[in-house]
Design a protein around this ligand. Sequence first.
Ligand SMILES: N[C@@H](CCC(=O)N[C@@H](CS)C(=O)NCC(=O)O)C(=O)O
Length: 235
Amino acid sequence: MVELYYWPTIQGRGEFVRLALEAAGVPYRDVAREKNGMAAMQAVMDAAREQHPAYAPPVLRDGDLLIGQTANILLYLGRAHGLAPRAEAGRLWAHQLQLTIADVVAEAHDTHHPISVSHYYEDQKAAAKKRARDFIEARIPKYLGYFERVLENSKGANAVGARLSYVDLSLFQLVEGLRYAFPRAMARQEGNWPRLVALRDRVAQLPAIAAYLRSKRRVPFNEDGIFRRYPELDR
Ligand SMILES: N[C@@H](CCC(=O)N[C@@H](CS)C(=O)NCC(=O)O)C(=O)O
């Protein structure tokens, strides 16, 4: 069975992988959430033991393959489980969009950790306020406006090609995360991205995803993850 290794108490970047596994109906173990799971994750992260060690979770093991980097894991799952176009141009386009999602996810994270991941939020609050203000005013509209245009240009209702892909699932998660972290800013801006919001709604209603979102397998958003609700950072 496929094994996902990711921090057990947050959605984080692991959530993009969980959504793909759930949508494709792939049986998987969310190993770090099991008993003694953190020790198992530590062992996988031990570079000395693995031929292709990962720098940071999420990590996916499928048979002999150990794969790190969220977008890389999705590249693999997309091909293996029909969640991406098969032709090279479409496959690369999906990967390109996923890497852009990774960029905005990193910026969303940096709103609460603008100075360093190694320091507490409380020790970088002033910088966080500045960073969050710019993220809300300049970066969210630039990124989400881009994804809106991608949806406008795509032939179907999905981001890439006629069928659902991991990019659609990730765009759902991006909108969910930004809504959680910045509810006021998103409420103010969402009217600018009707296709993106419609895509978010369609993904939420996919039977496999709706069932997952209702289940205990979906970790709730919280203030340890990437998308954190700090009202002082919202506008
Ligand atoms: N670019 C990587 C980033 C991985 C990453 O930053 N993982 C975080 C959790 S979401 C982590 O555990 N980082 C530990 C570290 O950077 O030292 C990806 O998309 O998978």
